[in-house]
Design a protein around this ligand. Structure first.
Ligand code: IVH
Length: 691
């Protein structure tokens, strides 16, 4: 037992004074961008504060700068890890897709194909999601969704929202309430009027206004913005709050959260579709923007069994409203060169408002799309946008085509570096062959490398990258990590970018420094390999565990007859096409050089699965055979995978367990021959029960 320590009054006074002083320096540095002391002076104050708190731990309260500042060097917001990830939703645009969603659930759970089951249907609010953590009934932390695994700490900003209770009675010890922060349309219009008068930022739509208001470093600004919150979900809970989603919403209401009053429990798919049509009718009259309806399986035990695929739950679906359309003039077609050299035609439009957002550019996808639609400069076109997707051209109004409009001739040279642009057989995309001599490709790769889901280096935007590149300061990813040192030797010209100064440089260096350690999945994604998005990067990280193992395996997989190639293509969702791109990337000498250079600068952490840590299935290979009686094959496979197992189709020496159902055949025999452990379905469930 540690007895209560008596703290001398002068220590308390010194602590208070130091904390105050540090806070004021923080404000000057982070919020006003005008530091008043040198780094060394600041560090000395901070070290003294740490020493005092080490001597008298009771001084280290949650509001001490040692608890709040350490992690906020670059962005001004500390990072918060979501112990339960904040997921996104799968989308549906038609009734058929909704019916298929219901069928898929029946198949997964092994329900009769005609069985009806209840879902809760809710309007899909067009705002930004947030997670609110309560400990012992007190609001302790608010976080943005971020990339789903890690968000930003916006606690102080959220305490200013009236619709977020500061304290709740009778809550579990740990309760994370999740929902949407939004602004009503009328509040948004009033805010813009106010902003215009004060020559402040004008927001494009209520969602941007809400997001911009939440991400304010000064909570006072947030406090003056009319933000609201609807609760519709939850994260970590120390004890269950209900056994149905509908019951949970009722509980949240009792705790004084706003729950959308339009939410309805529907007992069948047709009732859910009827709800969608009703809401669509009422959409324009609602005081806030919605972009569809969300359906959620009501029974929480079923939600648990259904689990997730990639980043979305199997038990929920977003049924989106059809895209909004408008007519405008296509002024010019330009060509953009992407990270992998793809030439993408872009339609530059006479700006037009579509569903409240001003659109001035739309994608034309590729040259086939241009010829298929016969899109020409000078045409009147119908464009549409849906949610966050890039606006698209739906059709050309041929009767309005100006005389003399010429068919668009797609370039066969890269507009940036002049290299040949070729289209390989069977491909729709034309690509610049310049590789890394093409500045556009290099810049795009760097942009991807620092982007949010990759290294997430704040302060390194599109413009800075271009400016650093043009100055010759930044050519390859590893250059980022030597920037500060090089700056000490030969200072980077500060006029490099408009508005850039010493403070921005310091912030940038701190942001880069904070990313010297990175998770394997983010690192793989950051490399920007063709077809390797976040989900695939995670699969690879999970499968190979470390960068060394991944590199060795992919290099060995150059030989398509090798075990390494077979292992790679046996990973779920990695087919020969993805494998080819991956192998090609690691075979390219320049890329190997990039990896080696980065190896000198950063540390890539091995993959650690959050869910599988102590599961008896982690890293094991399983084969299911025969007819299972307690769950469907899909469900069994999904459960095994969640626990970190690999599910294979055939038995080999590498198999750890074969789980047998009724009428199993040759696989059991083979398992017995190879000495592989055989389990009944019950035994398997027993084994994983404790997890
Ligand atoms: S449920 C695991 N319900 O839509 C399920 N999301 O496209 C988590 N959203 O990130 C989400 N209204 O920001 C849910 N009634 C609602 C929603 C809703 C809006 C947003 C949310 C989410 C996004 C996914």
């Amino acid at each position: 037992m540690v007895g209560r320590q008596k703290i001398p009054a002068d220590a308390i006074a010194e602590h208070t004074r130091l904390a105050e002083e540090i806070r004021s320096h923080n404000r000057a540095y982070y919020q006003e961008d005008t530091p008043v002391v040198s780094d060394a002076e600041y560090d000395a104050l901070f070290q003294r504060l740490i020493a005092l708190e080490e001597q008298y731990p009771a001084l280290k309260t949650s509001t001490s700068p040692t608890m709040t500042v350490g992690a906020t060097p670059a962005s001004g917001f500390a990072k918060v890890e979501h112990r339960i990830p904040m997921l996104s939703l799968a989308n549906a645009f038609s009734d058929d897709e909704v019916t298929e969603f219901f069928d898929r659930i029946r198949r997964f759970l092994g329900l009769p194909l005609t069985a009806e089951f209840a879902v809760v249907a809710e309007p899909k609010i067009d705002g930004l999601s947030a997670s609110l953590r309560y400990e012992n009934g007190r609001f302790t932390q608010g976080a943005t969704r971020g990339d789903g695994s890690e968000g930003e700490d916006i606690t102080r900003n959220l305490t200013t929202l009236k619709s977020i209770p500061g304290e709740i009675e009778g809550a579990p010890t740990v309760l994370e309430v999740r929902g949407e922060i939004y602004m009503t349309r009328s509040d948004f219009l009033a805010l813009n009027t106010k902003q215009a008068k004060a020559a402040g930022k004008i927001f494009a739509n209520p969602r941007n206004a809400a997001a911009g208001s939440v991400r304010q470093l000064d909570p006072q600004i947030t406090a003056n913005r009319p933000l609201q919150f609807f609760a519709y979900s939850w994260g970590e809970l120390s004890s269950p709050i209900s056994d149905t989603h509908w019951g949970a919403l009722a509980q949240l209401r009792k705790w004084k959260f706003n729950v959308n009053p339009l939410a309805r429990r529907c007992s069948s798919a047709s009732e859910a579709l009827q709800f969608y049509r009703d809401i669509q009718q009422r959409r324009a009259d609602l005081p806030y923007d919605i972009d569809g309806v969300v359906y959620k399986v009501d029974r929480l035990d079923w939600q648990e069994r259904l689990g997730f695929v990639s980043r979305a739950p199997r038990w929920a679906l977003a049924h989106k409203f059809p895209a909004e359309q408008a007519e405008t003039l296509l002024e010019k077609i330009t060509i953009q060169v992407g990270r992998t050299g793809a030439l993408t035609p872009v339609a530059n439009l006479l700006p037009v408002s579509v569903g409240g957002v001003t659109v001035s550019r739309a994608t034309l996808h590729n040259e086939d799309e241009i010829s298929r639609k016969d899109v020409r400069e000078g045409d009147r076109v119908i464009i549409q946008r849906a949610g966050d997707v890039i606006p698209q051209i739906v059709s050309v109004l041929l009767d309005k085509r100006p005389r003399g409009a010429q068919p668009f001739i797609f370039p066969d040279h890269c507009p940036v570096c002049g290299s040949h642009a070729i289209r390989e057989e069977g491909e729709v995309v034309r690509r610049c062959t310049g590789g890394l001599i093409c500045p556009a490709q290099v810049v795009e790769r760097l942009r991807h490398f620092v982007s949010r889901a990759a290294f997430d280096i704040e302060g390194m935007g599109e413009k800075s990258i271009q400016a650093f590149f043009d100055e010759g300061i930044l050519r390859s990813p590893a250059d980022l990590f030597t920037l500060e040192k090089r700056n000490a030797d030969a200072p980077i010209p500060l006029q490099i970018q408009e508005g850039w100064g010493e403070v921005s440089a310091r912030k940038l260096f701190a942001a880069i420094e904070a990313r010297r350690t990175i998770s394997l999945e983010r690192f793989i994604y950051a490399l920007g390999i063709r077809q390797i998005g976040q989900a695939t990067a995670r699969l690879l990280a999970k499968h190979y565990g470390s960068l060394v193992a991944l590199r060795a395996a992919v290099e060995a997989a150059q030989d398509m007859e090798s075990d390494a190639y077979r292992e790679l293509t046996a990973i779920d969702q990695i087919g020969p096409s993805v494998a080819t791109d991956l192998v090609a990337f690691f075979a390219e000498p320049h890329n190997r050089e990039i990896l080696d250079d980065l190896g000198q600068e950063i540390h890539v952490e091995d993959f650690v699965s959050r869910q599988t840590g102590n599961s008896p299935m982690a890293g094991k290979t399983l084969v299911f055979t025969g007819t299972l009686s307690l769950m469907t094959r899909d469900e069994a496979k999904a459960r095994a995978e969640i626990l970190g197992a690999k599910v294979a189709g055939s038995v080999s020496k590498k198999t750890d367990y074969v789980v047998v159902g009724a009428d199993a055949g040759s696989k059991v025999k083979k398992a017995a021959e190879l000495g592989v452990k055989i389990l009944t379905e019950k035994e398997w469930l027993e084994l994983i029960k404790s997890v």
